[in-house]
Design a protein around this ligand. Structure first.
Ligand SMILES: [Zn+2]
Length: 288
């Protein structure tokens, strides 16, 4: 627990020094304006979450309103060739393409929360998708082995969760994704890694192309219950209730649901309530 915390805090600090533009960009996400903004509760700024201090959080006030009217003006005309479930930034995947709902958990593995989540998923016979951060993979390879051994789907979430990786040179993007895949495969030899999620949902065409070249489909989300957004004045119970309410309100057939296993204990407890509720209404699937 200690080591990764220190590691992550270091990352936050490192990130923040060069993060003014990243923060500003998230407030005004110029490189994700292609997003049709699925009029759900998403906000690309979610990715700040795992590394948030309260002050960091404060700088990440989500720029995207969940109001459909406020986002409608930035919605580009849909391309005729775009398949319905490819509605995310840079044509990333927002929906599963089938009736099943996919739960996705980002930023781990977390030495404390991920085992709890895996226990819950096993108990409820649910397969999910884990978007792993390379540095956390390297720190906790045993958890990656457990995730894979229990039948969950693996997703590359970049080496150090840089929110601006998509704006770098294609060779740098590719190297980052490859390094992350290598760490996953060092833990699980021969592991299939079919998906990539850009930190913050900050996909760019170059980012998606690099993932495609490496055999990975880029996944965004349709439902973001904002489990990463836990203001200082909000009690844990209130936060958990907010997450539960948001998922219940916005989930539908084929939804990809974004949540975080890294550093979000209330998310795990929220899913103790949500999974039975979801199972009564939907088939829960790992992304295929
Ligand atoms: Zn993330």
């Amino acid at each position: 627990m200690r080591t990764p915390k220190v590691l992550v805090i270091g990352l936050v600090l490192a990130g923040l020094t060069g993060c003014g533009t990243a923060v500003a960009a998230e407030g005004s996400p110029a490189w994700v304006t292609a997003s049709p903004s699925p009029s759900r509760t998403h906000a690309p700024s979610h990715s700040a979450s795992p590394f948030s201090s309260p002050s960091h959080r404060a700088t990440h006030t989500p720029a995207h309103s969940s109001s459909p009217t406020s986002t409608a003006t930035s919605t580009p005309p849909s391309r005729p060739t775009r398949r319905a479930h490819h509605g995310g930034p840079a044509n990333s995947l927002m929906k599963t393409g089938q009736n099943g709902v996919a739960l996705t958990f980002d930023d781990g593995p977390d030495p404390v929360q991920t085992p709890k989540l895996l226990d819950l998923l096993k108990q409820r016979h649910v397969k999910a998708t884990f978007c792993l951060v390379g540095q956390n993979v390297a720190a906790h390879p045993g958890l990656v082995r457990r995730i894979a051994a229990e039948g969950h789907t693996l997703c590359n979430h970049t080496w150090r969760h840089s929110l601006t990786l998509g704006k770098r040179k294609p060779s740098a993007i590719r190297a980052d994704l490859q390094r992350t895949n290598e760490a996953i495969r060092a833990a699980v030899p021969g592991a299939e890694i079919k998906y990539m999620r850009a930190p913050g949902g900050n996909f760019t065409p170059a980012f998606v192309d690099a993932a495609t070249d490496l055999g990975m489909t880029s996944i965004y989300w349709q439902v973001d219950p904002r489990d990463w957004d836990h203001p200082a004045g909000e009690s844990d119970d209130a936060h958990e209730a907010k997450v539960i309410r948001a998922v219940k309100k916005h989930v539908g057939r084929g939804a990809i649901v974004l949540s975080h296993d890294y550093g979000q204990p209330d998310t795990i407890t929220a899913y103790q309530t949500l999974i039975p509720w979801l199972q009564q209404r939907y088939k829960l699937i790992a992304l295929p």
